[in-house]
Unconditional design. Sequence first.
Length: 260
Amino acid sequence: MSDPRADRPPIGALAVIVPAHDEALLLPRALDALHTAAGHPALHGVALSLVVAADLCRDDTAAIARTAGADVVEVSARNAGIARHAAIRHALRRLGTPESATWIATTDADSRVPPDWLAHQLAQAAHGWDAVVGTVDVTVWPASYPAGAQTRYTADYRRAASRSPHAHPHVHGANLGLSARAYRAVGGFPPLASGEDVALVARLDRARFRVLRTTACPVDTSARFAGRAPGGFSAHLRRLAGTHPPVLEPDPSLTSRRVT
C-alpha cells in the first residue's frame, strides 16, 4: 500500500476561519483561545491567517475582531456557508502559499478551541489525512435547560462517538480542518445557511479524500438556545429541551451550571 504522506510537502501555512453574526459577546473568548492555540510550539515557522467573516452584523463583532488582530471579511449573506467560503478565499489570497502546503481550520464564534487544537490538526495532516472531523463538548449549560434533556444529549452524543472513535457520525463547523487542495477540489463550502459543514464532508467522502473522524481534541461549544444558524446545533438542543421558539437569552456563562 502506498504511503499517503509520500510527495506531500509539509504544511507551511494555516488559514483559521471564524464565521460570526452578531457575536460581540462570545467572540472575544473564541479569539483568545485561537491566539493561544496559534502560540503552540508545533506551529513555529508556520504562517497563519486568522479571518473572521462578519456576516450581516449589527453589533461590534467586526471591530472586536480587528482589535484582536484578526482580518475581517464583511459579508451580508446571513449564510454560514457563504461566510466561511468568503473568509477562506481571503485567507488563501493573503497567505499566497501552494494549496498542497496550506491547511484550513474552521471553528465558530461561540466556541473555544483547546490549546493544542491547531497542532493536533497539523499532526494529522503530516500523517497523510486530507481532513479532520472533530467533536464538541458542552461544559456550560443555560440554567433554563432541563436537566433530563441535558443528560440525554450528553449520553447520546458520547455513545454515538464511542461506538467507533475513528468513525464517529458527528460533523461540526466548530471543529473541522482540511487541506486547501482538498477544499478546492470539492468546490468548498456550499452556500447553505446551515448544514454547510455536513455537505462539505459529504463532498470529501464522495471524492475519496482521506477523512479522519476523531474524538481527540474536542472543541468546547455553546449550549445556547438562540443560535445563529437555522436548523443548527442550537435547534437540536431546543428540540431535546422541548423549546421550539428561538428565544434570546443571556450569556450562558453568566447564568449556568457546569458539568464534566
